[in-house]
Write a protein that binds this ligand. Structure first.
Ligand SMILES: [Fe+2]
Ligand SMILES: [Fe+2]
Length: 196
């Protein structure tokens, strides 16, 4: 019988080959909902450790205890979905996109040789707001902070010698930023239509 390490290695190889049907299905589902920028796609290709990209660069935006990590966004939006019915649909739609972001970053960190289990997380920096308007404004703030963090990572990758790994990372970051910009657009539209 394969031990746990062998099993997780097998799983990672399967996932790479597209054998994770739920991963493919949820990517398709999220792409077909109007909560992400489906004109920009997730990258295909191989990522390797030791190609210049440090997996730790992605730790803060993966599940850092801060106001902008993907895990922070999921908890913020899912909680706001429960708190306010009239923004519930938008918050849940966006939260599902953030879950794909967390998943794709987790895969990337592992493939770059990093670790996704040694970071501790707690909800200190999650802001829920006191009204729907407040909640949506906090969403804009969180999205913009996430984009700024992705831009900082791009600034670290761009000067590296170009290879398949750097290309994959930059394409993934472009996709994540496109989705976050779409979220800013959704939130700002909601404010325009609902706050007089
Ligand atoms: Fe995100
Ligand atoms: Fe977002």
């Amino acid at each position: 019988m394969a031990n746990t390490t062998d099993k997780s290695m097998m799983y990672r190889l399967m996932k790479k080959r597209g054998a994770n049907a739920i991963d493919d299905l949820t990517t398709g589902l999220v792409n077909n909902m109007n909560y992400s920028d489906h004109s920009v796609e997730y990258p295909h290709g191989e990522v390797e450790a030791g190609q210049g990209v440090n997996p730790e660069w992605f730790y803060p935006v993966y599940k850092g205890t801060n106001g902008f990590s993907e895990l922070n966004a999921i908890i913020q939006y899912v909680s706001q979905e429960s708190l306010w019915e009239d923004i519930g649909e938008m918050m849940m739609g966006i939260a599902m996109v953030e879950m794909k972001h967390l998943d794709k970053l987790g895969d990337l960190i592992i493939n770059l040789g990093g670790n996704i289990t040694n970071q501790k997380y707690e909800t200190t920096f999650v802001e829920y707001g006191k009204s729907t308007e407040d909640a949506v404004r906090l969403g804009v703030k969180a999205e913009k902070e996430t984009i700024a963090e992705y831009d900082r990572i791009i600034d670290k990758i761009k000067p590296l010698p170009q290879n398949e790994t750097t290309e994959f990372c930059l394409t993934l970051l472009a996709k994540l930023i496109a989705d976050e910009e779409f979220h800013v657009h959704l939130f700002e539209n909601w404010l325009k239509e609902n706050v007089k």
